[in-house]
Write a protein that binds this ligand. Structure first.
Ligand code: SAH
Ligand code: SF4
Ligand code: F3S
Length: 443
């Protein structure tokens, strides 16, 4: 029979959005009495997959990774494998039936119960599935305040779930209704992070603009003001802003609060009113354009990124061309674009689609080409300029180079030593690349 090691090692593979990245940090914290973080899957006693079901491809990745773990489990039978996150929330027991490798399944609201779930698996010898069906419940227990690693940047969840039910989206089904965390709790966590060396915080929620403190009713702007006031916090970011709730007040906060960075992720999804309506997004193309114009007027250096879905049911070539023309007009810094993927339980999965797949298939690469050109032009325009960056650490791509970000979200790689991490400095941009800029430190 499996026994729990005195001090085992846990490896977490995280898929999907920053919600999951944040949850994985919390999972480490809930397990910290029994498991240290493992550097590789091979040295782990417990492997957890924190999964994403936003698109079919994301879900497929989970099953193919499980397949690859079979060899490991064969050589180390006491290894425990768990699946959590959004696929677990949606699929529950079906995961246990589909993959014999999985020992435990836990939902998005159950990460605080993981120590118990692991105990149950080990003491009863039976596989465990713990997924809460009632997703309208109160927020899950706060994790112990903790921080793995020394990154000067950190995520902080301010709310969970979503009430918007965009026709294509699985998030309300796997994360439940929108629930805001108490502002006092958020501020405690922010103070803890800043007190432990964090200089940049990103506030997380599916729709941060609708945050409201359950204790006092205070809104997102008040939260921004409170966090902005913390001494030694250099930068404050937030994702995601839903365009329908993006307000003039938020524009003023971005213009006025010193740590709030000049970048906003404002997912438009489509440029055609007909498609926006079918998606249930709650704004028109012109309303979106007006909000962007106001923002650019008040925050001149602002850069905007977006998400686009291509090939929504019923989308015709002329709708798609409206999206292209919006990209050309707004000139986003970057656009994350996806082919529509029907998700079980969503309204769009039931919609008829008279437009053939063959017609739609070339659209995504066409759109990406347009955006790549815009991004490349923006990058090229910065060559020769001096830009201030906040040094986040050593980049993953460029071995040995430091990676920093400008307030308005450009990534700059440059040579320097580890003592610079967590500081702001000036760099001159010497070359532009697809994703990042290359710079040299200006002394
Ligand atoms: N809360 C955020 C988005 C979260 S999901 C918002 O409201 O914008 C991240 C992105 O995944 C979405 O912006 C959308 O572009 C994409 N996405 C979501 N569901 C999808 C689906 N069924 N098919 C393709 N892309 C999808
Ligand atoms: Fe999904 Fe829409 Fe909610 Fe964003 S706002 S998480 S796209 S339902
Ligand atoms: Fe994916 Fe769940 Fe995030 S579905 S995008 S990990 S909320």
């Amino acid at each position: 029979m499996t026994t729990i090691p005195e001090q085992g090692k846990v490896y977490i593979r995280t898929f999907g959005c920053q919600m999951n990245v944040y949850d994985s940090e919390k999972i480490y914290a809930f397990l910290q009495d029994r498991y240290l973080p493992a550097a590789t899957e091979e040295e782990a006693d417990l492997i957890l997959l924190n999964t994403c079901s936003i698109r079919d491809k994301a879900e497929q990745k989970v099953y193919s990774l499980l397949g690859r773990l079979r060899g490991l489990k064969n050589t180390k039978p006491e290894l425990l494998i768990g699946v959590g996150g959004c696929v677990a929330q949606q699929e529950g027991e079906r995961i246990l039936r589909r993959s014999s490798l999985v020992d435990l399944v836990f939902g998005t609201n159950n990460i605080d119960k993981l120590p118990e779930i692991i105990d149950e698996r080990v003491t009863t010898g039976r596989k465990v599935c713990r997924v809460e069906e009632d997703m309208d419940s109160v927020p899950s227990a706060a994790a112990p305040l903790s921080r793995s690693g020394n990154d000067p940047t950190s995520l902080l969840t301010i709310m969970k779930g979503c009430d918007n039910f965009c026709a294509y989206c699985v998030v309300p089904l796997v994360r439940g209704r929108e629930v805001s965390r108490a502002m006092s709790e958020i501020l405690d966590e922010a103070r803890y992070l800043v007190g432990n060396g964090v200089r940049e915080i990103t506030l997380l929620g599916q729709n941060v603009n609708s945050y409201h403190d359950p204790e006092t009713g205070a809104g997102f702007i008040q939260l921004l003001e409170k966090v902005d006031g913390m001494a030694s916090l250099e930068r404050l970011r937030f994702v995601t802003s839903h365009p329908k709730d993006f307000s003039g007040e938020l524009v003023e906060a971005m213009a006025g609060l010193k740590s709030v960075s000049e970048h906003i992720h404002l997912p438009v999804q489509a440029g055609s009113d007909r498609v926006l309506k079918a998606m249930g997004r709650g704004y028109s193309r012109d309303e979106y354009r007006e909000k962007v114009a106001l923002l650019r007027d008040r925050v001149p250096d602002v850069e905007i990124t977006t998400d686009i879905i291509v090939g929504f049911p019923g989308e015709e070539r002329e709708d798609f061309e409206q999206t292209l023309s919006l990209l050309e007009e707004i000139r986003y810094q970057n656009a994350f674009s996806f082919r529509f993927s029907p998700r079980p339980g969503t309204a769009a999965a039931e919609m008829d689609d008279p437009v053939p797949d063959d017609t739609k298939r070339p659209w995504l690469p066409e759109l990406q080409e347009v955006q790549n050109t815009i991004t490349a032009q923006k990058h090229a325009a910065l060559v020769g300029e001096v830009v201030e960056v906040f040094v986040e650490g050593f980049g993953r791509r460029d071995n040995g180079k430091l990676e920093g970000r400008t307030r308005n979200n450009y990534i700059v790689h440059f040579t320097g030593d580890s003592g610079l991490v967590g500081r702001s400095l000036n760099t001159r941009v010497v070359r532009s690349h697809k994703i990042h800029l290359e710079g040299v430190i200006v002394t």
